[in-house]
Design a binder for this molecule. Structure first.
Ligand code: UDX
Length: 437
């Protein structure tokens, strides 16, 4: 099939590369000429396992092309809208500027029969409006319209796209069979592998995405709220999570207490869903999600306070921050709890020495005031407190013997509960985790 993918951010570029890998002819479209030039050379604009190989292979074969030209892309059979929907600057709601811009530009160019599928995460009710506007802009074109949300995780984005655990497809009743048969062609390989296809209306499809992310966020904030109770009574939240996680109705995943969730998706999706629920008068959802967001924000404050307490009374205190990305195996620092806490410590007058295996370039662009070091040991030099902020394997493998020499004080805050407290305490360190005091 001839596929166009609008937007070459995380979602769009991964989707375009994976569609080419599945055998389709793909054109990726973006308004940013610098990004398109880089992609035309087959270079990956971000660190994501497997992506660089796919881009190289398929741009070389010509099966995957990139362009700024909507005219060229408008000839495709299937159009995926995969642009960003960040949080608005003035509220918690999602900013739909990029989605609307794609529709306004693409609509008048659609002259042949085509199916348009939305992938971006949008507030419920958006898809109906987008479909109506598209048909207004292209009255003579025969357009099928659907919403096909994406559930990829950073770090496993390629794998998640090539082998998703479900495909969700929403369409109005009149469009459904056409859109479904196109999706069956696009995703033929996944469907042959047994991936479930859930077909539904547009609103349910839009909601599926924000509900999934909000559920994951709720699990994290739930365990973080339990961690606070554990701290009050000297219980251990990591053992508790193992114990409740054996119940397969609960499950162990997303029950790691710590610094809380960050990244480009979970925080903004929780807020946008809350804002939309409020607009719709669904106060139970709005209240629950406000709580989830507040608990998450509190984790960052708790860790910053723990570090400042460890530095109290010290002239010119110094903190080592190990890990800056929002999670391991990613170079992404967008809404990273680690970087946020590091910046707050610097604001409070602490000299911050930071290290991360892949996130330092991105972190430095946002927070040049931190001192970036070329190894974890260099970051720990003269430190009064060491903070473990992202559970990279390289950080989990550090030993007390390695860090005892460079530090000034043996105080460790394990903000991801990823180290063994006994090992560090036995080596003479003051170890503090989250909910495992
Ligand atoms: C998330 C969803 O998982 C994915 O399905 C959706 O499509 C996009 O948003 P991602 O942002 O890549 O994916 O990260 P994820 O692995 O979900 O982690 C999000 C945050 O939660 C990270 O900051 C992580 O450190 C934190 N987290 C995760 C915890 O604090 N505790 C946990 O137990 C799990």
């Amino acid at each position: 099939m001839d596929i166009a993918v609008f937007g070459t951010g995380y979602l769009g570029v991964t989707h375009a590369a994976c569609m080419a890998e599945l055998g389709h002819e793909v054109i990726g479209v973006d308004v940013d000429p610098a990004k398109i030039a880089q992609l035309q050379k087959g270079e990956a604009p971000l660190y994501e396992p497997g992506l660089a190989d796919l881009l190289r292979k398929h741009t070389a074969s010509g099966r995957l092309r990139f362009t700024c030209s909507y005219e060229l892309a408008a000839r495709a059979d299937v159009h995926f809208i995969a642009v960003g929907t960040p949080q608005r600057a003035d509220s918690a709601a999602a900013d739909l500027t990029q989605v609307n811009a794609v529709i306004e530009t693409l609509g008048p160019l659609l002259t042949r029969p085509a199916v348009v599928l939305g992938k971006s995460t949008v507030p419920v009710g958006t898809a109906v409006q987008v479909a109506a506007r598209l048909r207004e802009l292209a009255p003579s074109a025969d357009i099928g319209f659907g919403w096909n949300p994406e559930f990829l995780r950073e770090g496993t984005a390629v794998e998640d796209t090539l082998r998703p655990d479900r495909i969700v497809l929403g369409a109005a009743a009149a469009d459904r069979s056409r859109v479904k048969s196109v999706a069956r062609e696009v995703y033929a390989q996944s469907l042959a592998d047994g991936t479930p296809l859930v077909t539904t209306d547009l609103a349910t499809a839009e909601l599926t995405k924000v509900a999934a992310n909000s559920f994951l966020a709720t699990k994290i904030s739930f365990i973080n709220s339990v961690a606070e109770v554990c701290d009050a009574v000297d219980a251990d939240v990591t053992v508790l999570a193992d114990a409740i996680g054996y119940d397969n109705r609960i499950g162990r995943r997303f029950l790691n207490a710590g610094l809380g969730f960050g990244g480009a998706c979970l925080p903004k999706d929780v807020r946008a869903f809350r804002a939309r629920a409020e607009e719709l008068g669904a106060t139970a959802a709005a209240d629950l999600l406000s709580g989830v967001d507040e608990i998450n924000a509190r984790q960052r404050t708790r860790v910053a306070t723990m570090a400042l307490d460890a530095c109290s009374g010290i002239d010119s205190p110094r903190a080592a921050v190990l890990g800056l990305t929002f999670k391991p195996d990613s170079d992404d620092v967008r809404d990273s709890p680690a970087l946020d806490v590091a910046a707050r410590l610097a604001d409070a007058g602490v000299e911050v020495q930071a290290w991360d295996p892949h996130g330092m370039d991105n972190a430095e662009k946002r927070h040049p005031e931190l001192r970036y070091c070329d190894s974890p040991l260099a970051a720990c030099k003269g430190a009064d407190v060491v903070l473990v902020m992202t559970e990279w394997a390289e950080i989990r493998d550090l030993t007390p013997e390695q860090l005892s020499e460079p530090v000034q004080q043996r105080v460790l805050i394990d903000a991801r509960n990823c180290l063994d407290p006994d090992v560090w305490r036995d080596a003479g360190w003051t170890y503090r985790g989250i909910g495992r005091r």
